[in-house]
Write a protein that binds this ligand. Structure first.
Ligand SMILES: Nc1nc2c(c(=O)[nH]1)N=C([C@H](O)[C@H](O)COP(=O)(O)OP(=O)(O)OP(=O)(O)O)CN2
Ligand SMILES: [Zn+2]
Length: 280
């Protein structure tokens, strides 16, 4: 069993003409339908699960996924833009459920997950085996200094292991953080507002780490080397119970994943102590 994920790029505006969508020319960053005026740009990623054909090596032709998204999911989205409901009041959980259902048959019941990228750093995902929840994924930034150093090792050993990152004066990074929480879809079809998550992350993480020297200013790193692995785990600890009060009832919103980019080339993913998976 394998998973294939395809991202479809498109722009929508009030004058969107569904008849041109099916004749999609390309899937470049100019998207199709292409941007006109102040049209809105979105991306949908569809993850399908199945087996590859032994001869072609294909599980699904990616063009088939493009066509299915453009033909069956876009009309609904475009209709919402021209409908009576203000954009801010659209029940996003219900919309996510509908999109999975719209794609299920055209993609031969293979849809495992669908992600709607609302901005380059904010996305909603839904899994076909858990249609009562949406994963809210949002990114944040903080700048911090740190020194990689372990007191139990000699100075020479520290220099050997950590190299220039052991510089006594420290050095800095512009860290990028992605937080993913699993939130229930309420009876009205809505999900957690992302600004609620923003406020929690700001209070429990960003305010504590931004423009700080991690080794000196952050108690969690008093006896813990501030590697990106440890930073991800510390942020998990800061957030795991803090997201509990979000949403309709205590504990309804659950932390799914913390990802920390130390640089564009290095990212650590932590999914909690019980998961057994952390990818750095
Ligand atoms: N497993 C880890 N290895 C390293 C970590 C870490 O947190 N976990 N951190 C560092 C440094 O703090 C720094 O982030 C990396 O600096 P550098 O070695 O310069 O790596 P860059 O990717 O920024 O640049 P290149 O010189 O192109 O490699 C080191 N290791
Ligand atoms: Zn560093």
């Amino acid at each position: 069993m394998l998973e294939l994920t395809r991202t479809v790029r498109f722009c929508l505006d009030e004058a969107a003409d569904p008849s041109i969508w099916a004749s999609a020319k390309d899937n470049t960053y100019s998207a199709w339908p292409a941007m006109r005026g102040l049209g809105r740009y979105y991306e949908i990623s569809v993850t399908c699960r199945g087996e590859a054909d032994p001869q072609t090596g294909y599980f699904l032709n990616i063009k088939h996924i493009d066509e299915a998204v453009r033909e069956y999911a876009l009309p609904d989205l475009a209709g919402l833009l021209t409908g009576p409901t203000p954009a801010s009041a659209i029940p996003m959980g219900e919309l996510m459920q509908r999109m999975v259902n719209q794609l299920y048959e055209p993609l031969r019941d293979t849809v495992a997950e669908l992600t709607l990228h609302l901005t380059p750093r904010y996305a909603l995902s839904i899994r076909s085996d858990d249609m009562e929840h949406v994963i809210v994924r949002q990114q944040y930034e903080f700048s911090a200094a740190h020194r990689l150093h372990v007191p139990e090792l000699s100075d020479a050993e520290n220099r050997e292991v950590f190299g220039k990152c052991n510089n006594p004066a420290g050095h800095g990074h512009n860290y990028r953080l992605e937080v993913a929480v699993r939130a229930p879809i309420d009876p009205g079809g809505r999900v957690l507002d992302v600004d609620e998550l923003d406020q929690t992350v700001a209070r429990h993480v960003i305010d504590k780490l931004d423009h700080k020297h991690l080794n000196h200013d952050v108690p969690a790193f008093k006896d813990l080397n501030p590697s990106v692995e440890h930073i991800s785990q510390v942020i998990w600890q800061m957030l795991a119970s803090a997201v509990g009060p979000l949403g309709p009832a205590e504990g309804a919103v659950v932390l799914e994943e913390v990802r920390v980019w130390e640089t564009e080339k290095t990212v650590c993913t932590y999914r909690g102590p019980g998961d057994g998976i952390s990818n750095c």
